[in-house]
Design a protein around this ligand. Sequence first.
Ligand SMILES: [Zn+2]
Length: 163
Amino acid sequence: MNQKAHLTAGLILATAAMLAGVPPLTASLIVFGGLFCDLDIVDIPVSSQGLHRRLLHNVFVVGAIGVVSFRIPFLVYWVMGMCLHIVMDMFSSSPVYVLWPIPHNGGQIGVGGWGVPNSSVFSFPLGVMLAIMFSAGYLAVTDHFWEVVDLGKRLLEYIFSQD
Ligand SMILES: [Zn+2]
């Protein structure tokens, strides 16, 4: 997906994290982690297939940063941003090479490519929907889901009670 979708999705998930009590600066790491993945778009002649959706879109990089987060806990938000990015990319029209650089039949195993092309008008709304689902999952896991639903209900009541 494009950077606009990744940025918006990161902001949605960061908002969910802030609603769950994560400090804003820490929650912002979700946005930066999500944007970080696509730095592999640089064209280095290391691999004949290029490095995009490989070098910074694989489970090893995500796992390594995840392991470091045991020592530096706030990095878990960076990892969350990367995971959201990678899942969003899977719902575009081309796959993500999550097991790169492990070879398979002269290439690598691509996962995803189930969704819509980046150029489609549905790409951005799909990204937003995935971010909302991710955020709902995060809020459920951290036990803040109903609290945030209640906050949303009260906000709507307040807006519609104004004459
Ligand atoms: Zn990407």
